[in-house]
Design a protein. Structure first.
Length: 155
């Protein structure tokens, strides 16, 4: 994602906090806003990334993306890892919210573990369509090793 020290990033589905930890370690004046629907995911991220919370680089909230009101006016990057929302149901409202908040040139990065290769075409097709329908330019990264797929929408 080419994280820059001044990026303003939203993580959708922070889970155990591994992504938050990696992103925050690269931020200086930027900030990460991490959300998860589960209380345990939020708690684990807060514990793992306590020093970034204390430094003011990280905010973590238990909230659903559909009801999110991002505290930063504009985002440079958004990412999600193994968040099925974007391909298992209609996420047009959520993606429209992201399009509204991501700066021109900014990206929405949807990453999925691709160990079940038979699911990859459907993940790519549905996620790509959702991003494109909202006005993002879409590119795909499909890696066999490690087994992962990335659907990147650029505003």
């Amino acid at each position: 994602m080419d994280i820059q020290p001044n990026d303003h990033v939203l993580e959708v589905g922070c889970g155990p906090g591994a992504g938050a930890e990696l992103i925050c370690s690269r931020l200086e004046t930027g900030k990460l806003f991490a959300i998860d629907r589960s209380e345990s995911g939020v708690d684990r991220t807060k514990r793992r990334c306590a020093k970034y919370l204390e430094a003011g680089r990280l905010t973590v909230r238990q909230i659903d993306l559909a009801t999110l009101r991002v505290p930063v006016k504009r985002l440079t990057k958004v990412f999600a890892f193994n968040v099925n929302l974007f391909w298992v149901r209609d996420a047009s409202a959520e993606i429209a919210l992201l399009h509204e908040r991501v700066l021109p040139g900014g990206t929405v990065n949807l990453f999925y573990e691709a160990t079940q290769r038979e699911q990859v075409p459907e993940i790519i097709e549905k996620s790509s369509k959702a991003l494109a329908d909202a006005g993002f330019r879409v590119s795909i990264v499909d890696s066999k090793v490690p087994a992962a797929v990335g659907i990147i929408g650029r505003r």
